[in-house]
Design a protein around this ligand. Structure first.
Ligand SMILES: NC(=O)C1=CN([C@@H]2O[C@H](COP(=O)(O)OP(=O)(O)OC[C@H]3O[C@@H](n4cnc5c(N)ncnc54)[C@H](OP(=O)(O)O)[C@@H]3O)[C@@H](O)[C@H]2O)C=CC1
Ligand SMILES: N[C@@H](CC(=O)OP(=O)(O)O)C(=O)O
Length: 373
């Protein structure tokens, strides 16, 4: 059996990946070897009734024995270990959730329902680094990949509403903590029939402004507010999250040499693990709405077109409705009053599933199939 090293299996993305692998019985196709930077020697996860000790994730000798390494450990780990392994002459496959290697010439950003042809060509050409994309980019392409596949898109803007999970587990905890503080600080007024809504609003504002309000990880209140800044500044005024939109989308589509114009604003909102996006798309021609909806709906098995009405929208087009599922909900699809070539829509997807773990799980199976010949 092919030995596959798994690093980062304890983390948030890694935990979601493990759950998906168990559900799809992926572990029956290879020999998993679990690595950790803090748990070496302890019992690893139970797989098929067997429990084996965890190995040291810094042990290059042991890692080099793997035919494939899957890492959800983070960019710092990748920066240290990947070049050291390659320098040792390791020629195995490296699959990674971190952004570190995404834009390297000899890596592929993987989203197989959208770019399987790019992945297959890379495997045939001997590429060994296969990297999961930025979650927002992956979710956008899962939503409107059908429009790109038909070469209908002239340009696209993505106004994002990104969940706390994109920033990490501690940020998710902080969001819930913030919600709890707001509830606790206002409950006396909520239970007082004489209290006016402006009394309650003022109490919330005072609580958000309190220097003791928990914001260590986000750096600002997120609950009852939002943060229009994700990742670090770029020289052109974008954030790096916004830059990923054009850079990674075009690399995934194999369009880096003739990029499609993409830009937008990336905003953190108080959702737990689903990213939402409002897209505006300039089509190359005035395509009928029904034809557009059919192209979106037929692009992959997970996209689900939600009718543009209030009941369907409230029931199906939200983080509350989509969280924890592989569904890519796409709704509010309509032409804009800017002209018949201008399309807008709203999409919601689970940022830990299709935004992180699922593309890694799927490309591992593609690579194992390629290795089997
Ligand atoms: N967060 C997201 O939604 C997305 C993240 N990514 C990327 O995926 C990578 C992993 O991100 P993420 O999963 O958020 O990272 P986490 O911080 O959740 O996990 C990374 C590692 O932290 C260590 N760790 C320390 N304390 C704990 C703890 N209490 N519980 C579990 N693990 C702990 C574990 O390593 P050890 O076992 O060695 O101690 C774990 O593998 C990053 O590169 C990130 O950029 C990509 C797309 C989306
Ligand atoms: N940056 C995304 C999460 C993610 O995809 O990170 P990266 O592109 O560094 O893997 C967010 O904050 O929501």
């Amino acid at each position: 059996m092919v030995s596959v090293g798994v690093v980062g299996w304890r983390g948030m993305v890694g935990s979601v990946l493990m759950d998906r692998m168990r559900r799809e019985d992926d572990f029956s196709a290879f020999e998993p070897v679990f690595f950790s930077t803090s748990q070496a020697g302890k019992d690893g996860p139970e797989i098929g009734g067997a429990v084996k000790p965890v190995l040291d994730a810094n042990d290059l000798e042991k890692l080099a024995e793997m035919a494939v390494v899957v890492s959800c450990q983070g960019g710092g780990y990748t920066e240290r270990i990947h070049p050291a392994l390659r320098k040792k002459g390791w020629s195995g496959y490296w699959i990674d959730a971190a952004s570190t290697l995404r834009m390297k010439d000899n890596s592929v950003i993987v989203l197989d329902p959208v770019n399987r042809h790019v992945i297959d060509r890379a495997l045939d050409e001997g590429v060994k680094d296969f990297i999961g994309g930025n979650c927002t980019v992956s979710l956008m392409l899962m939503a409107v990949g059908g429009l790109f596949a038909r070469n209908w898109v002239e340009w696209l803007t993505a106004m994002t509403y990104q969940s706390a999970s994109g920033a990490g587990a501690n940020n998710m905890r902080e969001l819930v903590q913030q919600m709890g503080v707001l509830g606790e600080k206002s409950k006396d007024l909520l239970h007082d029939p004489a209290a006016t809504i402006l009394d309650i609003d003022q109490r919330i504002s005072q609580t958000l402004a309190d220097p003791d309000f928990p914001s260590q990880y986000f750096g600002a209140p997120l609950a009852a507010s939002l943060i229009p800044w994700i990742d670090r500044a770029m020289e052109n005024g974008q954030t790096r999250e916004e830059w990923k939109g054009i850079a990674e989308t075009n690399k995934i589509l194999g369009r880096s040499d003739s990029p499609i114009a993409i830009d937008g604003q990336c905003v953190r909102v108080g959702a737990m693990r689903c990213h939402s996006q409002a897209l505006a798309i300039k089509l190359k021609e005035a395509i009928p709405l029904k034809t557009i909806e059919e192209a979106i709906a037929s692009a992959n098995d997970w996209v689900s077109v939600v009718p543009n009405d209030k009941a369907a929208t409230l029931a199906k087009l939200s983080p509350a409705a989509v969280s924890g599922t592989l569904t890519i909900a796409v709704g509010r699809i309509r032409k804009m009053n800017l002209g018949p070539e201008y399309l807008t829509l709203f999409t919601v997807g689970d940022q830990l599933l299709w935004g992180a773990a699922e593309p890694l799980r799927r490309v591992l199976n593609i690579i194992l199939g390629h290795m089997a010949g």
